[in-house]
Design a binder for this molecule. Structure first.
Ligand code: ADP
Ligand SMILES: N[C@@H](CCOP(=O)(O)O)C(=O)O
Length: 327
């Protein structure tokens, strides 16, 4: 056991896609890497690499450590001391599913470390309970576009292959907004009219994505359940959601709980620069600096490697991640 190491790459995710609050998720080509092994010196060590994980706990209060222990408890195994290394390109608390990627990475790595006793569905159930909603964890665990429902006890899902013409532009504001805070902005009740509106848009969006009818996205990607209530937390958001299609987007949404804004774009669009500038300028008018990234839907879930035997001399987790990133 102590000579086994698990190396996992997990995609980020965007949740909701507008109308599918707590239901729709799509994996994105932005990643979190983790390596986990049993400790060889009897102590737990948590090594954070890069600038992306600043502020994350390095002791046993760390989310990854706690999730790993949950897997071991579930499987009836005792492995209290771990060696964990991680690196992330997924910005924290920006609405790109960093917590879901961390949870999924920890579940997959810990499960593989003890020989994989838990099924993917077991991991999905655990991840959903930990995250409190299935949308981000479903996308990070299965890749592609994942539609899920959770009744508080069990989650069920269907995965769709993303359309090959879909591209994703994200504008990531330079401020953090925790999911917890953005959920507190939501009302406890909504009208029947708004519920029906969202049901229609969300169902239509899923059908459009499943059948490749991208022309329906502008109509379907509208929401009255969460975005109107969160708009006050992200100046410029309402203007972007209202006008992105006029600048070449298929549709636009708040990514997860925000503050990141996301546009779906046809890969063959000739208006990508115009759209990117529109997002940057609209946020800038509000005094918000935002970083834009062009991403692809990620069709794969976690990519895992089981490494057996002693660590090779000169091995470096960070160099390995850099190698994967091509830097
Ligand atoms: N690799 C990680 N290790 C430990 N905790 C993490 C890791 N990644 C994210 N988290 C936790 O998740 C929080 C962010 O979750 P959340 O507010 O839901 O935003 P989002 O998931 O959209 O990035 C972080 O502040 C941190 O507490
Ligand atoms: N459905 C959730 C999604 C939260 O996503 P995150 O990436 O912001 O954690 C919500 O809208 O609250």
């Amino acid at each position: 056991m102590t000579d086994r190491r698990i190396f996992v790459k997990v995609p980020a995710s965007t949740a909701n896609l507008g109308p599918g609050f707590d239901t729709l998720g799509m994996a994105l080509s932005l990643y979190f890497w983790i390596e986990m092994s049993g400790s060889t010196n009897g102590d737990t060590s948590i090594n954070l690499y890069g600038d992306g994980l600043n502020g994350i706990a390095r002791d046993k209060s760390n989310l990854i450590y706690k999730v790993a222990q949950l897997v071991f408890n579930e499987a009836g195994v005792s492995l209290p001391e771990l060696s964990i290394s991680m690196y992330s390109d997924i910005p924290l608390t920006r609405g790109l599913g960093s917590s879901a990627s961390a949870i999924v990475g920890a579940l997959v790595a810990a499960n593989a470390l003890i020989g994989g006793p838990l099924s993917d569905d077991n991991l999905f159930q655990l991840a959903t309970k930990l995250e409190g909603h299935p949308d981000n964890v479903g996308a990070s665990l299965f890749g592609g576009i994942v539609i899920s429902a959770w009744d508080g006890t069990r989650a069920a899902k269907v995965r769709l292959e993303p359309h090959s013409q879909l591209e994703v532009l994200v504008a990531i504001p330079a401020f953090q907004l925790s999911t917890e805070k953005a959920r507190h902005a939501l009302p406890t009740q909504i009208t029947m009219k708004d519920a029906v509106f969202n049901l229609g848009c969300s169902s239509l969006l899923v059908a459009a994505l499943a059948s490749g009818q991208l022309d329906l996205i502008p109509f379907a990607m509208r929401d009255r359940l969460h975005q109107p209530y969160r708009a006050a937390l992200i100046p410029g958001m309402a203007e972007i959601l209202d006008n992105a299609t006029e600048h070449g987007a298929l549709g636009a949404a708040l990514s997860g709980a925000g503050p990141t804004l996301l546009a779906l774009v046809d890969a063959s669009s000739t208006r990508k620069e115009e759209l990117e500038q529109f997002l940057i300028d609209t946020l800038s008018k509000e005094g918000i600096h935002a970083k834009t990234l062009w991403l692809q839907p990620c069709a794969k879930g976690p990519e895992l490697e089981v490494l057996e035997g002693p660590v090779a001399a000169g091995y470096s987790f960070l160099e390995r991640v850099k190698g994967e990133k091509g830097i």
